[in-house]
Design a protein around this ligand. Structure first.
Ligand code: HEC
Length: 180
C-alpha cells in the first residue's frame, strides 16, 4: 500500500497553482522565440562589421600598400632574373645527367656528348625543350626556353662542346632598358 502511494507522488506535476501554469506556458512560448532570434543573429553575423574592420577591406588595403605596390615601382625594381645554365642543371637536369640515368649522356662525359654536340645547338635545344627518348620535355622542369638553352650550353660545354650562350630574349633584359 505504502509503495503505491509513493508512485503517485512521483508522477505528480510540479504545477500546483494557476500562476505556475501561466508562468510555464509563457516560458514555453518565449524561450523558443528567443532561441530563434539568437540563431538568426548568429547566421547574419557575417554581414555585420565589427568596429575597426573597415581597415581590412580590399580597397583600404590597396590604398595603404599603393606606394610600394604601384606598377611603376614594380617595373623598375622587381625583375624576374633568368636562371643560369648551372642553376637549371642543378635544379632539374642533374637528376638524370649526373649519373647517366635512363641512358642520359653524363655530365662532363666528352665521349657521350661529342656526337650529340656535333648535331648543333639548335638540335640539342629542340631535344631538351620537347623531350627525346626517355627525357621528358624540359627534363620535366618548368623553365623558359632561354633558361633551357643556357642549361644545354652548360652541359654540352662541360662535355667538351664549344657552344655559345644563347642571346637573352628582349623581354628579360629590363636592366638595360632601365639604365636608359
Ligand atoms: C628524366 C631524366 C632526364 C632529365 C631530368 C633530363 N634529361 Fe636530358 N636526356 C635524358 C636522356 C635519357 C637523354 C638521351 C635521349 C636519347 O638520346 O634518346 C637525354 C639527352 C639530352 C640531350 C641530348 C639530346 C640530343 O638530341 O642528343 C640534351 C641536350 C639534354 N638531355 C638536355 C637536358 C637538359 C637541359 C635538362 C634539364 C633541363 C635535361 N636534359 C634533363 C634524360 C633526362
Amino acid at each position: 500500500m505504502s509503495e503505491e502511494h509513493h508512485d503517485d507522488a512521483e508522477h505528480e506535476s510540479g504545477i500546483k497553482t494557476p500562476k505556475q501554469l501561466i508562468t510555464v506556458v509563457a516560458a514555453a512560448i518565449i524561450v523558443p522565440v528567443l532561441v530563434i532570434i539568437m540563431l538568426t543573429q548568429f547566421v547574419t553575423l557575417d554581414n555585420k562589421k565589427s568596429p575597426g574592420s573597415e581597415v581590412y577591406t580590399a580597397s583600404a588595403v590597396a590604398a595603404r600598400i599603393a606606394p610600394v605596390a604601384s606598377d611603376a615601382v614594380f617595373d623598375a625594381s622587381i625583375v624576374v632574373v633568368p636562371k643560369t645554365g648551372k642553376q637549371v642543371f642543378e635544379a632539374q637536369c642533374t637528376t638524370c645527367h649526373t649519373a647517366g640515368l635512363l641512358g642520359a649522356p653524363k655530365f662532363g662525359d666528352a665521349a657521350a656528348w661529342g656526337p650529340r654536340v656535333g648535331k648543333g645547338y639548335d638540335a640539342l635545344l629542340q631535344s631538351a625543350l620537347h623531350g627525346k627518348g626517355s627525357m621528358p620535355a624540359q627534363g620535366g622542369g618548368d623553365f623558359t626556353d632561354y633558361e633551357v638553352g643556357r642549361a644545354v650550353v652548360y652541359m654540352a660545354n662541360a662535355g667538351g662542346g664549344k657552344l655559345v650562350e644563347p642571346a637573352a630574349p628582349a623581354a628579360s633584359a629590363p636592366a638595360s632598358a632601365a639604365s636608359k
